[in-house]
Unconditional design. Structure first.
Length: 586
């Protein structure tokens, strides 16, 4: 199982709003906000390689995918030219200060007209796979719903301890320890991500990070050295796009999407449901709220830059798919008449440890440079779900996990992940070049490397590859009728994976009366390997071509095109899209 990182599918967004300040006696109030109306339109036709035959018939596609009946709802619901999302949304921050004390409040709200009201040809689990009806978000978590609001707050204080500065903060907050880069998987993973928000047109950073209830403190030992620590007393996972929406690549993972089909690819979802060829979702495994903490030290070396060293223990923000073995003699009886069938469930493994080092500086020519290394001795990595299902849905089907399934007692839990040692390194730079072709030109680049130190041989244990490509060879033998892509051990998580990102942007000030134009081009290339989090998929390329117009520093219009192509196991290579957003900052 995997999902394209939302950072790579972002539709772009306006710049950060400038705060406004109000004074009420000794109380200072700063506010800033952004309101946006935007739409996203699919720009590419459905690729038959990514559509199973049984489901493709209903939308007029002769699908050739060897698997993936549980990975295709977002693909089937939208054709080229369809609006996949049209949203009205706002985010507002308020910061109230009284002497050395303060309170920070953030509220965001959204309403997606397309997801709420437009019919789609296939449906999703939440609407019972009713064709030509609007999708349902019944059972979705609050942030995953098509309309909603979220309010979070914290209180803070600045104190002097014998000449040393102390900042304390308690309440909902994010921990800003990661590097400023765009390649995810480093220290920033201690903060969950709101992927549905990132996939809306005109996304801004304030709405894409999920705050967690925590206590945070930073003590300035001297003008150059800070010690920081946090303790999180609540758990929140990263939010995935809801099943059936354009940004979803797994149909059974999010809340409200509660079944896995186990029928052949020639059978449609509706037919499989009628035949009872489904694995039901059991009770999910929720981690404890406690036991998440971290400590860090930063040192500002004059004429060099800032160095940081960190340690954190947290519960995985990424879900894992696990299995509850059948309590009967037959693992799957159509319709589950005795309530003894195999079930799957979602869990968030606890106590992932991360050690991190980072560095950032600004050179005399205003070039910004940053680098970060992280090491996780017990990173959780999802076993290939095709191997997992084949082992527990049948007592005889070929699977690399057959011995594990046999050893699991009837009614017992089998955790669908392993813990492996994993390193990540990323480095990047951005430099302003002044006037180039009439605009203020900036070039930025970043490279990232992920490495799994103790990855088992792919012939023994496999991880992550999308089920669209079917189950790979088992003990060197391919399944009957397997395609070339299926009959390969490529596409599964590899020990080494790496890629790079480039961005060129320019600002043309006051092109018209009070209008600034900001064109930009972003390019990404996954050069080698397949990462455990699907951030790197060998051969995949993507781009974001955007033009933003700021009007009188208050209003904005942005249009962008995001093509995604290349990569034999790139399950998003036909999800190109256009985005248009208009809005105002206040």
């Amino acid at each position: 199982m995997g999902a394209v990182q939302a950072a790579e599918l972002t539709a772009g967004g306006p710049g950060v709003a400038k705060p406004k300040e109000f004074q009420f006696g000794e109380v200072t109030v700063r506010t800033k906000g952004t309101m946006t109306y935007g739409t996203i339109i699919r720009a590419d036709d459905r690729n038959p390689e990514l559509v199973p035959y049984g489901n493709g018939v209903a939308v007029g596609v002769n699908g050739t995918a060897r698997g993936g009946t549980n990975n295709d709802d977002g693909e089937l619901n939208y054709g080229r030219g369809d609006h996949t999302s049209t949203v009205l949304k706002a985010v507002l921050d308020a910061d109230l200060k009284y002497r050395n004390l303060g309170m920070f409040v953030r509220v965001k709200a959204w309403h997606d007209f397309d997801l709420e009201d437009d019919s789609v040809p296939h449906g999703n689990a939440a609407n019972g796979y009713a064709p030509d009806k609007n999708l349902s978000d019944k059972g979705f978590s609050r942030l995953g719903r098509f309309s909603g609001a979220d309010l979070r707050a914290n209180v803070y204080g600045n104190f002097d301890l014998d000449g040393k500065s102390l900042l304390t903060r308690i309440g909902y907050q994010t921990i800003d320890w990661g590097s400023p880069g765009t390649i995810l998987g480093g220290l920033e993973q201690i903060n969950p991500i709101d992927n549905p928000a990132r996939l809306r047109a005109g996304a801004v950073p304030e709405e894409t990070r999920i705050p967690i209830p925590a206590v945070f403190a930073r003590l300035g030992l001297n003008k150059n050295t800070n010690v920081e620590a946090f303790y999180q007393f609540g758990f929140r996972p990263s939010e995935l796009a809801g099943c059936g929406t354009f940004g979803a690549f797994v149909d059974y993972a999010t809340a409200g999407c509660n079944q896995v089909f186990v029928a052949p690819v020639t059978v449609s979802d509706a037919q499989a449901e009628e035949l009872g060829l489904v694995v039901k979702r059991g009770a999910d495994g929720d981690p404890s709220d406690g036991g998440q903490y971290g400590v860090g030290v930063t040192y500002l070396a004059e004429n060099l830059g800032q160095f940081g060293a960190y340690f954190a223990n947290y519960h995985s923000r990424r879900l894992a798919v696990s299995v509850l073995k059948s309590s009967g003699t037959a693992p799957l009886i159509p319709g589950d008449p005795n309530g003894e069938n195999v079930q799957y469930f979602v869990e968030y493994p606890e106590d992932v440890k991360v050690w991190g080092l980072n560095f950032k500086t600004r050179l005399p020519d205003q070039t910004r440079v940053f680098a970060e290394y992280t090491y996780r001795p017990n990173q959780t990595i999802q076993l290939a779900t095709a191997d997992l299902l084949s082992a527990f849905v049948s007592n005889t089907a070929p699977s690399l996990l057959r011995a594990d399934a046999t050893a699991t007692p009837a009614g017992g839990v089998y955790h669908g992940y392993d813990r492996l040692k994993m390193s990540q390194f990323s480095a990047g730079a951005s430099r302003p070049f002044g006037k180039v072709l009439g605009g203020d030109f900036t070039l930025a680049g970043e490279v990232g490397v992920k490495y799994i130190h103790d990855l088992p041989d792919v012939s023994e244990r496999r991880y992550v590859r999308s089920d669209l490509y079917g189950q790979g060879p088992v003990n060197g033998v391919c399944l009957p009728g397997a395609s070339a892509a299926q009959c390969s051990n490529d596409g599964y998580a590899s020990a080494l994976s790496w890629g790079y990102r480039l961005r060129a942007s320019s600002v043309y000030g006051n092109v018209f009366d009070g209008v600034d134009l900001k064109p930009s081009i972003t390019f990404g290339h996954d050069v080698k390997g397949w990462s455990y989090d699907s951030l790197f998929i060998e051969g995949r390329r993507l781009a974001i071509v955007a033009l933003q117009a700021d009007v009188k520093k208050r209003f904005f219009v942005e249009a962008s095109w995001t093509p995604i192509w290349g990569g034999r196991y790139n399950f998003a290579k036909d999800r190109d899209f256009f985005a248009l957003a208009v809005g105002a900052t206040f």
